[in-house]
Design a protein. Structure first.
Length: 202
């Protein structure tokens, strides 16, 4: 028992909470639970029952699978993580512009009628989250990213369970402002990812 608690204590001591906070803010902005509330409500209006537990379980499994397998996939194609981080930073940069300027750069025709598609994938655990996770592995430790992902999914669950309440009592205007704020945060981190890894290469 003492060995078990010692192992747990060792894991907690190895965590970098500043990295976790930074990764959490970045991933939360990419997943964008508040910005996707209108889509969730639209699905509910069409009679689709949103299972918050299923959505979050599927999302965390997909994101963690990509976190652990993503670098291995890059090695198959002979792509260094630094190069992917630069490319990923550029993609996330464009996504941030979408959030800030209310423009559509990326278009998708993927649709679905259930909780897993399109909510878990591709809306929450989609290409944006994959790109962000793999890009962050160039600068952040895996254990810190796992903790950040779990916190994001926990808050996503809360947002999904309280969607109607948030819309009614907080209002679309406040949610819109929150989306803009996170857009600016994402933009800044995307720039940091691109230029930080360019400096490493050159």
């Amino acid at each position: 028992m003492e060995t078990f608690f010692a192992s747990i204590s060792s894991v907690f001591r190895s965590l970098d909470w500043w990295q976790i906070v930074q990764a959490f803010i970045f991933l939360f902005a990419i997943v964008d639970p508040f910005g996707n509330i209108p889509i969730t409500i639209s699905m509910q209006d069409r009679g689709v029952k949103i299972h918050a537990g299923r959505v979050c379980t599927a999302s965390v499994v997909i994101m963690l699978a990509f976190l652990f397998l993503g670098e291995w996939i890059l090695k198959i194609f002979g792509v260094q993580i630094e190069y992917f981080a630069i490319a990923g930073g550029f993609i996330v940069f464009l996504m941030a512009l979408e959030m800030i300027l209310d423009i559509v750069i990326f278009k998708t025709n993927i649709g679905g009628e259930g909780s897993i598609v399109p909510l878990a994938f591709p809306m929450y655990a989609g290409p944006g989250a994959f790109t962000a996770l793999l890009s962050l592995t160039a600068e952040y430790s895996t254990i810190n990213l796992v903790v950040a992902v779990c916190i994001v999914i926990l808050l996503l669950y809360i947002v999904l369970k309280t969607t109607n309440w948030l819309t009614k009592y907080i209002g679309q205007t406040v949610l819109y402002i929150i989306r803009k704020f996170f857009g600016i945060i994402v933009l800044a981190i995307a720039v940091k990812l691109m230029f930080g890894n360019i400096a490493l290469i050159f």
